[in-house]
Design a protein around this ligand. Structure first.
Ligand code: SF4
Length: 328
């Protein structure tokens, strides 16, 4: 039988399950955590591309999103999963659609002989309000004694909405006290995600106060130190450095001053590059790459740094924001 993502009931996925995932060292749980963290990070950074996830990862991500408490992002995640679900249901045999719907609490029946589904009237009415297209309307379906008779296309549309409503209800029913308690190790992650989201939402730079180079992550400290000691930085490291310093609040003039210590310093080129990255001539204000990009280019210098070794750390700027926050 085919499978598709399912909303697990509280007896199958509870606070206990979430705690087990957060605390476990087992590989499967670690993968669940990483996928959910990447998903939240992508949603916040507006880079989210829905992909198929396991039921446990789906539920764990809902819990994490409950902690973040940004309804737009929760909707984006649930709607992305809904779209995957409906394309999967389209591939299902009719009996498997019946089976899936019943498991999520939508009590429909499939009549093999007549090749039609029967849907309880209230289930149909409650879940077709946001569906567009005349052929999905109630007036286009035969109704008899409180039962709506519908074909598989109509049932899949109803199932999509049923899934979305059930997922939102699940999120609403997660206690914030439980979330704050169980995700205590992710408190810094969530607060840095909130800062990033506020920043993107209002398209403004968050005021991080005076630039404090002692709070820079190891990669940025390394680039600065290499540049000062006469090493030519690779292009990606220069780009990261400029975009990072700009986001921390350094002016283009201050960044250019810093680059004057580089052995291959070329004033015209540096001014052009800095103004390009900061958006003064390009119109696009670039952000520093994620840690994963720097790691794959051998430009990460995390060493034993405790914050860099947190499995949820995704960006050099996130590092700086957290260090600055703790120094207040
Ligand atoms: S983990 Fe990220 S912030 Fe830390 S050194 Fe590596 S790239 Fe920089």
């Amino acid at each position: 039988m085919n499978s598709a993502v399912e909303i697990l009931s509280p007896d199958k996925f509870s606070l206990f399950s979430v705690r087990e995932i957060v605390e476990s060292r087992e590989r499967a749980f670690s993968e669940t955590r990483m996928t959910a963290i990447d998903c939240v990070d992508d949603l916040v950074s507006d880079e989210y591309k829905p992909k198929i996830v396991s039921n446990v990862t789906f539920m764990f991500t809902l819990w994490l999103l409950r902690y973040l408490d940004e309804s737009v992002l929760t909707s984006k995640f649930i709607n992305g999963q809904r779209d995957i679900l409906s394309s999967e249901l389209e591939e299902f045999a009719d009996e498997d659609i019946e089976d899936y719907c019943r498991r999520m609490g939508m009590n429909i029946d499939f009549d093999v002989e007549r090749e039609i589904f029967s849907v309880p009237f209230d289930t149909f009415i409650r879940n077709n309000t946001r569906i567009s297209g005349e052929k999905y309307r109630l007036s286009y379906q035969p109704v008899d004694k409180g039962i709506v008779y519908a074909n598989r296309d109509v049932v899949i549309k109803i199932a999509r909405e049923f899934f979305v409503k059930s997922a939102f209800r699940t999120v609403e029913n997660i206690s914030m006290n439980d979330v704050v308690d169980v995700f205590e190790p992710y408190a810094d992650f969530i607060s840095s995600m909130r800062i990033l989201y506020d920043q993107l939402k209002s398209s403004r730079k968050v005021d991080l106060g005076a630039v404090d180079s002692t709070k820079f992550p190891p990669c940025i400290r390394e680039y600065v130190s290499e540049m000062k000691s006469g090493v030519n930085l690779p292009h990606l490291a220069r780009f990261t450095l400029v975009s990072f310093l700009h986001k921390t609040g350094m002016t283009s003039g201050e960044i250019i001053e810093l680059f004057k210590t580089a052995p291959d310093y070329n004033e015209k080129m540096t001014v052009y590059q800095v103004n390009h990255v900061t958006g003064e001539i390009s119109g696009t204000e670039y952000s520093p790459p994620k840690c994963a990009v720097l790691k794959s280019n051998h430009l990460c210098y995390m060493g034993e740094d405790t914050l860099c070794n947190q499995e949820w750390l995704r960006h050099p700027l996130q590092y700086y924001q957290i260090k600055k926050k703790h120094s207040k």
